[in-house]
Ligand binder design. Structure first.
Ligand SMILES: [Cu+2]
Length: 170
């Protein structure tokens, strides 16, 4: 019976870890609270949001957040805490492009926690640029290095062959 229960709870823990992913792995077993999600999500492309919402595993104390565009201009209002959610009002309509949120708060256990994430406000040329930039990033994966490596090997090999055939002539 105990075996069944612990196997079941292990399965639940595994499932929870799979959902929470790196956040769960980064957090020590029993320590300060952590950010469980944001809206907009990190790395997302979204319509201009009216507010930015940070959700924590527990209610946090004295939350602070700075919302900036790519030029460093600030758009965030005073963060308001309600339960496990912290809402940062957006003071002025965000223009298309990359935006960044830096946040900081005090965990219920008294430890400071902080983090950052970014999102892109969709629209016109900026959105196209953002998605093509992402494709380029994906494109310059291992293949670029493999091709460069093969080219380099070819050059070295060719050079060695040339050198050895010259030696043969002498
Ligand atoms: Cu802590």
């Amino acid at each position: 019976m105990i075996g069944v229960i612990s196997r079941a709870s292990a399965a639940v823990a595994l499932a929870a870890a799979a959902v929470a992913g790196p956040v769960a792995l980064a957090a020590p077993a029993s320590a300060h609270t952590s950010l469980t999600g944001t809206a907009p999500e990190d790395g997302s492309v979204v319509p201009a949001p009216k507010s930015v919402v940070l959700t924590f595993a527990d209610a946090v104390i004295l939350p602070q957040a700075v919302l900036t565009d790519a030029a460093g201009k600030e758009f965030g209002g005073k963060p308001a805490s309600k339960g496990k959610k912290v809402t940062v009002p957006v003071r002025k309509t965000l223009q298309p492009g990359l935006h960044h949120v830096s946040w900081r708060a005090v965990s219920p256990d008294g430890h400071p926690i902080e983090g950052e994430f970014s999102f892109t406000v969709e629209g016109g040329a900026t959105q196209a640029a953002a998605s093509s930039a992402r494709q380029e990033e994906e494109g310059s994966g291992p293949w670029t290095w493999i091709v460069l490596g093969v080219l380099a090997l070819g050059l070295v090999g060719g050079g060695l062959y040339w050198a050895s055939s010259r030696n043969d002539e002498e």
